[in-house]
Design a protein around this ligand. Structure first.
Ligand SMILES: Nc1ncnc2c1ncn2[C@@H]1O[C@H](COP(=O)(O)OP(=O)(O)OP(=O)(O)O)[C@@H](O)[C@H]1O
Ligand SMILES: [Mg+2]
Length: 150
């Protein structure tokens, strides 16, 4: 076992107008993380939170919903260098095999940041250093976000 940092039971409760603040805090504590898996029931706010994460990184491309494309690629600049974020939505896929065929495996090993919705569609493709996040609804305007590596 190497020495690593493990996040455990870290959580936020936020309204929509606090989403960018929450996203900025997540980037800060997960600065060395590349792969983020967003768990949560339909319509709880996975895409909305991913958009906020992209806003904080000031991605250049318009961040749309990846509903019709499984993999969306965004570009941003950090320390004068051009970097990529992959926004991946596994909802329409069946399993690990379909995910690999769609090119998701290549994204996960690319070294670029990957923000993935519906990871439970292909749980076995995620490396151990994935951060798993769980989004839930507190009320119509309020969301609960919890980091857990279970
Ligand atoms: N605090 C909040 N954070 C995120 N979304 C919120 C919040 N409050 C209200 N919402 C609303 O909840 C909805 C979340 O929709 P979104 O598409 O992000 O969910 P999703 O989890 O990606 O759904 P799907 O499972 O279909 O991919 C949006 O309409 C958004 O405006
Ligand atoms: Mg979504």
């Amino acid at each position: 076992m190497g020495i690593g940092v493990y996040f455990c039971n870290m959580e936020w409760i936020f309204k929509h107008n606090q989403i960018h603040q929450t996203a900025a805090q997540l980037w800060k504590i997960a600065a060395n993380t590349r792969i983020f898996a967003f768990h949560g029931a339909m319509g709880t706010g996975k895409t909305t939170f991913i958009h906020a994460l992209c806003d904080v990184k000031q991605v250049k491309d318009v961040v749309g919903s990846p509903t019709f494309s499984i993999i969306n690629e965004y570009v941003y600049t950090e320390n004068g260098m051009e970097k990529k974020i992959f926004h991946i939505d596994l909802y329409r896929l069946k399993d690990e095999e379909e995910a690999m065929q769609a090119g998701v495996g290549d994204c996960l090993t690319s070294g670029h940041i990957c923000l993935v919705e519906w990871p439970e569609k292909a749980p076995d493709i995620f490396p151990d250093n994935t951060i798993h996040l769980f989004i839930g609804m507190v009320d119509t305007k309020t969301r609960h976000l919890k980091i857990s590596n279970i």
